[in-house]
Design a protein around this ligand. Structure first.
Ligand code: SF4
Ligand code: SF4
Length: 97
C-alpha cells in the first residue's frame, strides 16, 4: 500500500510534496514528465505529503476517487517503464479534457 499522485498534479509540478517526503520516494524528470510519481515500494504511508500539495492531488491508494484509480497503476508503472507511464498520463489528461 502507498500514497498516489492523481490527475490534479498534471502540469502543476510545483514540487512541494517532494521536499516533504522523509524517504525521498517522490520523483519526476523535469521536461519529460507532466506529473510527479510516488514509488510504492518506498512510500512508508506517513501522509506527510498530502497537506503539502496545493492541488489536492495526493491520496492513499485505498481512498482514490474512482475516476483516478488508474493513477495507482501509473505511479507504480513509472518506476518500471517511465515512457509507458507518461503515455498513460497523456491519455488520462486527454480523457479529462
Ligand atoms: S506518504 Fe510519506 S513516504 Fe509516502 S510519498 Fe508521502 S511523504 Fe513520502
Ligand atoms: S505538490 Fe501536488 S501538484 Fe505539486 S508536484 Fe507534488 S503532487 Fe504535484
Amino acid at each position: 500500500m502507498a500514497y498516489v499522485i492523481a490527475a490534479p498534479c498534471i502540469d502543476h509540478q510545483d514540487q512541494a510534496c517532494i521536499d516533504s517526503c522523509p524517504v525521498d520516494c517522490i520523483t519526476f524528470e523535469p521536461g519529460l514528465d507532466r506529473k510527479a510519481y510516488i514509488d510504492p515500494d518506498g512510500c512508508i504511508e506517513c501522509g506527510a505529503c498530502v497537506n503539502e500539495c496545493p492541488q489536492g492531488a495526493i491520496y492513499h491508494e485505498t481512498e482514490l476517487p474512482g475516476p483516478w484509480a488508474v493513477f495507482a497503476r501509473i505511479d507504480r508503472a513509472w518506476y518500471r517503464d517511465s515512457d509507458m507511464a507518461r503515455d498513460a498520463v497523456d491519455a488520462a489528461a486527454a480523457a479529462a479534457a
